[in-house]
Structures are given as structure tokens and as C-alpha cells.
Write a protein that binds this ligand. Structure first.
Ligand code: ADP
Ligand code: MG
Length: 171
């Protein structure tokens, strides 16, 4: 297991839960736990480029950390790294649920994250209720952890606040 924190930046793309929100129902082929029920928690999917270059020594599971969209504010987040059933579990999905209410979706924007700590392994749930309550517990655990001074200070890292520069999409 890699030493954390791990910093990562890339484009937000449509995941396989697309349309789930409009329909208000779970989608048949979810990319990750956050996609299984859009109203429980949406997870911003990183582009394939980011997922492909994601270090293999960060094991699948649920993590907490900090996230920022474009040049916006830095918020608490929970992250799911999982095997993607859409690709018969040969590819990963990396999804960030930001603990903040956004006015709009942010597809195509650059998402910057700092992965700070591990919460739990991936799990399958017997029911939607069990999944939703697990995500709520993950969110509470993330909030608690990120309030600790040693974790809080990473919010101020230069990674999120480049001295004299804006974060741009350079590909
Ligand atoms: P998709 O299947 O396209 O990834 P999701 O149902 O998983 O769709 O929702 C994720 C999308 O929702 C993100 O790409 C983003 O545009 C939007 N979104 C809005 N608020 C949030 C949030 N707090 N955290 C993560 N994504 C959010
Ligand atoms: Mg998603």
C-alpha cells in the first residue's frame, strides 16, 4: 500500500450511471457505489487517462480527502476506487463524491484531489438502504478525519493553490 497523501488532477467525464439522476432510479450497470443511486451520492468520474495512470499500489476501497473543481474552493470528499463491472472488472473507476452542494454539474472541468486516508474496502450491499447508510457513515467518518489538524492542513497545500497560477486543462 502506497504512502498517502496522493495528489491527482484530471478531467471529469460522464460515468456509466449517466441518466440515472434524470430517471431517479439506480442504473443497471453502475461504475461504482456512488453511481448505484444518484440521489444517495453522485460520484464525479475521472477520465480514462487519469484512471489508466492511477497507481496500482493504491488498493480499491473507500478513502477520504480534499477536492476542488477548477479554481474553486477546496471541500471534503469521499473517494471510491473500484473495479468497473462495465469493463468486466478489467478497468478501474475512480469516483469522487464532494461533500458540498453544487449549483450545477461540472463535466469537463478539472478536478484536483488529495487522497489522505483509507476508510474501508469495497463491499457489496444486500439492499439500497444498506448502501445508502454505508455512504452516509463514510461521509461522517471523512468529516471527522478531515477535521484533525494534520489532515486539515493539507487543504492549504500548494497543489490546490498554485502560487501565481490558475489550474488549466493542458491537454
Ligand atoms: P456519472 O455517472 O456521469 O458520473 P453521477 O450520477 O455519478 O454521474 O454524478 C456525478 C456527477 O454529478 C459529476 O460528474 C458532477 O458533474 C455532478 N455533481 C454534482 N454535485 C456533485 C458532488 N457534490 N460530488 C460529485 N459530483 C457532483
Ligand atoms: Mg459517477
Amino acid at each position: 500500500m502506497r504512502q498517502l497523501p496522493y495528489f491527482c488532477r484530471g478531467e471529469v467525464v460522464k460515468g456509466f450511471g449517466r441518466g440515472s439522476r434524470q430517471l431517479g432510479v439506480p442504473t443497471g450497470e453502475p461504475a461504482g457505489p456512488f453511481n448505484r443511486h444518484r440521489r444517495a451520492a453522485g460520484g464525479a468520474n475521472f477520465s480514462e487517462q487519469v484512471v489508466e495512470s492511477f497507481p496500482s499500489d493504491i488498493s480499491t476501497g473507500i478513502y477520504y480527502g480534499w477536492a476542488c473543481v477548477g479554481n474553486g474552493d477546496v471541500h471534503k470528499m469521499v473517494l471510491s476506487i473500484g473495479w468497473n463491472p462495465f469493463y468486466k472488472n478489467t478497468k478501474k473507476s475512480v469516483e469522487t463524491h464532494i461533500i458540498h452542494t453544487f449549483k450545477e454539474d461540472f463535466y469537463g472541468e478539472i478536478l484536483s484531489i488529495a487522497i489522505i486516508g483509507y476508510i474501508r474496502p469495497e463491499k457489496n450491499f444486500d439492499s439500497l438502504e444498506a448502501l445508502i447508510s454505508a455512504i452516509q457513515e463514510d461521509i461522517e467518518e471523512a468529516k471527522r478525519q478531515l477535521d484533525l489538524p494534520e489532515h486539515r492542513k493539507l487543504k492549504e497545500d500548494n497543489f490546490f493553490h498554485p502560487p501565481g497560477g490558475k489550474i488549466v486543462n493542458n491537454h
